[in-house]
Unconditional design. Structure first.
Length: 498
C-alpha cells in the first residue's frame, strides 16, 4: 500500500477541562483532494492547527511520507512541506501581490547592496508562481484593489511559493461567489494532479462532489471515518457527523400574516443600487439572491441607514423615514446582523452577556447605569432560547465557535424585541446543526410576526427558509420568485443570466 503523504496517528489534544482530539488517525495521500468536515467543536480546527505546527499534540504522531516528525512551530511545518491557508487571509492590503507572495523572503541585490530589494526578481518570481497555478493577477497591483476571489488565489500562491507537498485550506469559499468557487476548485484539482495532497475544510457539503476525492469526518474529537466522495450522500454524511441526531426540517406550511411592515421605493446609490423597490409583509422571510457584487449587502446597509442613498425612500409601518440612520431604524424596530460578525457585530474581548445587550442598553439601564440583575435575566433567557453552548454568559465571546458567535449576534437584536431583522449571510462559516438552529429561530420569529430579509450566497438556504426571493443583478431587482417558481434551478438561472 502507498504511504500517505501526511498522516495523523493517534493524535490527542487535551485542554483544561476539554478533550479536543481523542485518538484521531487519518491519512492524506498526495495527488488527491481530501475534504475534512464536522460540526463546530468536532475538532477540525484543532487538528489543522496541530498539522500546521501552530499547536502541539498531547499525544500521538504526525508522519510525512512515513517518517515521524515533530512540528514545534509553523516554520517547522513549512520546512516539512506543509502550507496552510486560513479563512482569515494573511495578506497585507497595502502591499503589492508580488510582495505578499514573497513576504519575508524578498530577494536582494548581490554584493555590497544586499539590503536593497531586487524588485525585478520579486515580480518575476511571483509572476512565475501565479502562472504555474494558472492564475491571472497583476503582480504590481495592491492586494487592496483585488476582489475576494483573487485575494484568495493570491493567498494560495503565497503558500505554494514554498513548494509544499501538502496544502491545507480552511473554509476557502466562504467569501466567494459561485463562478469564483469554480475557478478555485480548478486550481485545487490542478495542484492535486501535480502530486500535492490537498486538505480542504468546509461546512458546505454540496461543494464536496465538485472538488474532493475523499471525505473524512470528525465527531466530538474522534474520527467518524473516511469515505470516497461518491459514497458521501447527504444522509450518510449527516449520520457520520451527528450520529443519532435528527436534522430539523422546514415545516411544509408557512403562513405570512397580513399587513405590510416595510416598503422600499426606488432606492438608488451610484454604482451599487439602481431603482430598487419592494415590500415586506409581517412575518415574511424575504430572501435576497445574487452573485457577489450584485448589491445584496449594500441593500441591507442602506435599509438600515448605515450607507447613504442618492435617491429613493423607505417606509416603515406605512410612514416615510425622513432621515435614515442606524439609530432611527433601531427605534423603528429594525436590527441588522452584518456579514462580518467579528468586525461589524461583536466586541470579541467582551463577554457573551455584554455582547448580547449592546443594542438593548436602553432596556437594562436606568439613569445611565446598567442593572446587572435585569441584564443577566434577559441574557439567560436568550441563551436558552438560542441554545448557545457552552451556556456561560460570562465567557469571552471570542472563545465560542463560529455558530455560537452568530447566535450571540442574533440574540443581541432579539433583546430589542425587533419587528424586522436584516440578516446578511447569517450562516457563513457555521456547521450544519448550527445552521438548522438559526433557521429554526427565524421560522419561530416568523410565526410570532417578526419579518426578516435574508441574504445568502447559498441558494439552498433561501429555499429552506424564505417565503419569497428577490434576485439582484448589477444592483437591480431582475426577478421575484415565489410558489412554484421558487426553485434552485430558476434562482441559479436568474442570477447568471446576462
Amino acid at each position: 500500500m502507498a504511504v500517505p503523504k501526511l498522516e495523523a496517528v493517534g493524535l490527542c489534544k487535551v485542554y483544561p477541562g476539554t478533550v479536543a482530539l481523542d485518538d484521531v488517525s487519518l491519512g492524506f495521500d498526495g495527488g488527491k483532494v481530501h475534504a475534512l468536515i464536522g460540526k463546530n467543536g468536532a475538532g477540525k480546527s484543532t487538528l489543522v492547527k496541530i498539522l500546521a505546527g501552530a499547536a502541539r499534540p498531547s499525544g500521538g504522531q504526525i508522519r510525512i511520507d512515513g517518517r515521524a516528525v515533530r512540528l514545534r512551530s509553523p516554520r517547522d511545518a513549512f520546512r516539512q512541506g506543509i502550507a496552510t491557508v486560513y479563512q482569515e487571509l494573511s495578506l497585507v492590503p497595502e502591499l503589492t501581490v508580488g510582495e505578499n507572495i514573497l513576504f519575508g523572503r524578498l530577494p536582494t541585490l548581490p554584493g555590497l547592496r544586499q539590503w536593497i530589494i531586487d524588485w525585478g526578481q520579486v515580480f518575476r518570481r511571483s509572476r512565475a508562481v501565479l502562472e504555474e497555478l494558472g492564475v491571472e493577477v497583476e503582480v504590481r497591483a495592491k492586494v487592496a484593489s483585488l476582489g475576494a476571489a483573487r485575494a484568495q488565489l493570491v493567498e494560495i500562491a503565497k503558500a505554494m511559493s514554498f513548494q509544499p507537498g501538502v496544502l491545507m485550506l480552511d473554509e476557502p469559499t466562504s467569501a466567494l461567489a459561485h463562478h469564483e468557487i469554480a475557478r478555485l476548485f480548478q486550481v485545487l484539482r490542478d495542484l492535486a494532479r501535480r502530486g500535492v495532497a490537498v486538505l480542504y475544510i468546509s461546512h458546505r457539503l454540496h461543494e464536496l462532489p465538485q472538488v474532493a476525492d475523499t471525505v473524512s469526518v470528525l465527531r466530538d474529537g474522534r474520527s467518524a471515518g473516511t469515505i470516497a466522495v461518491a459514497e458521501a450522500t447527504p444522509q450518510r454524511i449527516t449520520a457520520m457527523m451527528f450520529g443519532e441526531a435528527v436534522r430539523t426540517r422546514r415545516p411544509s406550511q408557512r403562513v405570512v400574516a397580513a399587513g405590510t411592515v416595510l416598503e422600499a421605493r426606488n432606492l438608488t446609490r451610484a454604482g451599487k443600487l439602481a431603482d430598487v423597490s419592494f415590500s415586506l409583509d409581517a412575518g415574511e422571510v424575504l430572501g435576497i439572491a445574487g452573485m457577489l457584487g450584485s448589491g445584496r449587502s449594500e441593500l441591507l446597509m442602506a435599509l438600515f441607514g448605515a450607507e447613504p442613498l442618492s435617491a429613493g425612500e423607505v417606509r416603515v409601518g406605512g410612514r416615510r423615514v425622513r432621515r435614515l440612520s442606524p439609530a432611527a431604524m433601531k427605534r423603528l424596530g429594525l436590527g441588522l446582523a452584518p456579514e462580518d460578525r467579528k468586525r461589524q457585530a461583536l466586541v470579541l474581548t467582551l463577554s457573551v452577556c455584554d455582547n448580547m445587550c449592546l443594542a438593548a442598553l436602553g432596556r437594562i439601564a436606568r439613569w445611565g447605569l446598567i442593572r446587572r440583575g435585569r441584564q443577566r435575566r434577559l441574557v439567560a433567557g436568550l441563551i436558552h432560547r438560542l441554545q448557545i453552548a457552552p451556556p456561560r454568559m460570562d465567557a469571552p465571546v471570542v472563545s465560542l465557535s463560529g455558530g455560537n458567535q452568530q447566535k450571540v449576534v442574533l440574540g443581541n437584536w432579539l433583546a430589542t424585541e425587533p419587528r424586522i431583522l436584516l440578516l446578511d449571510e447569517p450562516t457563513r462559516g457555521i456547521d450544519v446543526l448550527a445552521k438548522q438552529q438559526v433557521f429554526d429561530t427565524i421560522r419561530q420569529l416568523s410565526r410570532e410576526g417578526v419579518s426578516a430579509i435574508f441574504v445568502s450566497s447559498e441558494l439552498e438556504e433561501l429555499l429552506e427558509v424564505c417565503h419569497r426571493v428577490l434576485v439582484l443583478r448589477g444592483g437591480r431587482i431582475v426577478a421575484e420568485l415565489s410558489g412554484a417558481d421558487l426553485t434552485l434551478e430558476r434562482m441559479m438561472e436568474t442570477c447568471l443570466e446576462p
